[in-house]
Write a new protein. Sequence first.
Length: 318
Amino acid sequence: MEKRMKSFAIWSSNGNEDELKIDLHINFWNVNIKRKEKDYILDIGILIKELVFETKLFLYIPVELNDDSISDLGKKISDNEELLNAVFNEYYSIKTIPNSKFKEISENSTPKFLLYSLDFENKKDCSIEKKFNGTIICFNLNEIMKNKPTNLSNLYFRFRINLPKSNLLISSYRSKNIFFESSLYNIEIFDFRMNEIRNLNKSLITESINKLIDINKIHLLIMKSSNDILTLNSNELKTARVLEKNLWNEYVDFNILDKTTIAYHWKIEKYEKYFNILARFKSPVKNCNLILKLIIFIFLIDLLFNFLANLINFKIFK
């Protein structure tokens, strides 16, 4: 059985010869949507600056996905200025361009980039292929930019991946180092890797090794319940903030059951090709049967101590 490859990969038709200047926005939602388990939702935004060469961009996801697991987010955020600014944490304005899938995004009346709504059913935009024990999305940048309505060469698109329940990004286990802690807490390890050669399929490496591209900047956010405690992270945390529930429920298209959701934000600049981040969370176990067992156990311990105390008193004062 072949070992599961855990690294994502990003490359272009001609690698760094394309001179792509790319910022990656990675949002991982690990929140309570259903009563019994958490859902794994990965949102990816790609900002390409000064796109001048005709090229294709490829993204490898190390798990096989159905086509309906991938959906566009560009239209959602470009139709709602408040939501757009929440996503970017900036003060942007949106200019609608008639009969176009582009929206012009400006800051203080200065155009910043074109936001594009991807059509995953249109191969002129992008194509999806199951390959190398995972999924490759090919973005046809040359076709997309043929119809750009302005002279802006900065392009942004954003999409969502509904991940299957697997240990792709999250692995979970029970702590066994402290009495009772294994019953009360889960330990969750978040592990995101990009372009890590030793964690890529060998055939994929052969195809892309000379085409992997440098990333200018990465913003990675993990959304977790406020009940989950961050106990370890491999990179310095930039910020953490509480999300506005009503606004973000609209963005994610479901009701988050957690009373309070915290976004943990890491920002990494000017790394060359390879990147990984690891974070460990301690999450309380939600198990009514377990709680009942613990109450009974504590009650029995209390009875035992009372019995021993009475026995000792009886022997002393007999």
